[in-house]
Design a protein around this ligand. Structure first.
Ligand code: FAD
Length: 387
């Protein structure tokens, strides 16, 4: 079978690219190892930042895919005392509220049901042939047997553990990584966040509460790297939330899931090899403190979709050849923001973790957001994704 672009992975980046290409009349096939129901159930990020909103607006898709504007406020709470930071900025729309699960579900509807796009679910044993002088090829197996897809370009959107990056010969990519030495317990609970998003620093450690739909929110609690679900029964979870938020009135409600996320930052560069291009978690990871993982995946697709269109439509491959060099400065900039957020939120909290000197300098950094218009403006731009 022949097509122009094969995309591996129908997560947020793969589906966004497929939808843009399909809208442009560019033949593409999406190959995904899971089924549709599984993908539509996967709950992760919650907010599409202002930069990504602008991209969807330019494609005429924002109102079809996203919900209303997010509250432009963050409660940076310190030992139970609220301090509300206002995200400012006059450069276009604010971020939009839309869980990753809803964005993926809406993209799926747009690509498959509305645009009649070609997606191959349940694909196993996906392999890539990407050698000089040979037409790029993706092979996979499904319930009907083995399949071979010939194409011009292969796009790896299959996350950190996918096959795309793993297919690149050893020594081509450099891995840059940083381990923070602690983890977050992410708990999805049946209680809406009615006020501001909360990032709370306390002497007992860090906790965040972020919106996840009209009925639910997600708590993130700093915990030890080796912690397991049995270390965190619901009673302990709620006791720690009350303690760290400084709010004894919070009641225990239903907990839907608990995930442990080791905090780390990674970039694999360059993000391309011959006719294979990597996007999203396949090329980079950021700790969740910055809420940028999904938004950086969308940034890659913004650049890559335009570069692919220039190459295929106009026969101009220069943007594609420069893809990695174009996106990496932005990715490093947001890695730095993620490290800033993660270090500040943790160092400012429990002094037994990183010492009282680090605690006081981190608290000074937080104070700066409220005392310095320059620091506040820069922080707003990072939150909006427009820096
Ligand atoms: P994914 O969404 O992971 O999609 C990869 C796809 O590839 C999947 O569908 C997978 O099934 C498929 N696949 C994998 N291997 C293969 C294979 N061999 N063959 C075929 N298909 C394959 N980001 C934010 O911006 N804000 C947040 O608040 C936020 N919170 C998060 C909370 C949690 C608990 C987690 C885990 C992540 C969070 N993120 C957040 C990060 C965000 O979810 C990811 O950065 C984002 O999903 C990356 O998108 P992607 O398309 O690159 O990968």
């Amino acid at each position: 079978e022949n097509t122009t672009v094969v995309i591996i992975g129908a997560g947020v980046s793969g589906l966004t690219l497929a939808t843009f290409l399909q809208k442009s009349g560019m033949p593409c096939i999406l190959v995904e190892r899971r089924d549709r129901a599984y993908i539509e159930m996967r709950q992760r990020a919650g907010v599409v930042d202002a930069r990504a909103v602008r991209m969807f607006e330019q494609w005429g898709l924002a109102d079809k895919l996203l919900f209303g504007p997010v509250a432009q406020t963050i409660d940076y709470r310190l030992n139970g005392c609220s301090r509300v930071f206002e995200v400012t900025g006059e450069d276009g729309s604010p971020g939009r509220f839309c869980t990753q699960q809803m964005l993926v579900t809406n993209l799926m509807r747009e690509f498959i049901d509305v645009m009649k796009g070609d997606i191959r679910f349940g694909a196993t044993d996906v392999t890539i042939l990407n050698e000089d002088g040979i037409c790029p090829q993706v092979n996979y197996t499904d319930v009907d047997g083995s399949h071979v897809l010939h194409c011009n370009y292969i796009i790896g959107c299959d996350g950190d553990l996918g096959v795309s990056r793993a297919s690149i010969p050893h020594g081509v990519l450099t891995k840059y990584s940083h381990e923070f030495g602690y983890a977050w317990l992410a708990a999805l609970v049946e209680t809406p966040l009615t006020g501001h998003a909360i990032m709370a620093v306390s002497d007992h450690g860090f906790v965040a509460q972020l919106p996840r739909g009209p009925q639910r929110s997600r708590f993130y609690l700093q915990c030890s790297l080796g912690d397991r679900p049995q270390d965190w029964p619901d009673e302990r979870l709620w006791d720690e939330i009350r303690l760290r938020l400084g709010d004894l009135a919070i009641e225990n409600v239903k907990v839907h899931d608990k995930l442990f996320v080791p905090l780390r930052s990674v970039i694999h560069a360059p993000m391309q090899y011959r006719n294979l291009f990597l996007s999203g978690d396949a090329a980079h990871l950021v700790p969740p403190a910055s809420a940028k993982g999904m938004n950086l995946a969308l940034y890659d697709i913004d650049v890559l979709s335009q570069a692919l269109l220039c190459a295929i439509r106009d026969n101009d491959t220069s943007a594609l050849e420069n893809y990695s060099d174009t996106v990496l400065p932005h990715l490093w900039n947001y890695q730095d923001f993620s490290v800033w957020m993660t270090d500040t939120m943790h160092d400012a909290g429990d002094p037994t973790q990183h010492g009282t000197f680090k605690q006081m300098t981190a608290r000074a950094r937080l104070d700066n957001l409220f005392n310095s218009p320059t620091a506040a403006s820069m922080h707003s731009q990072y939150q909006r994704g427009t820096n």
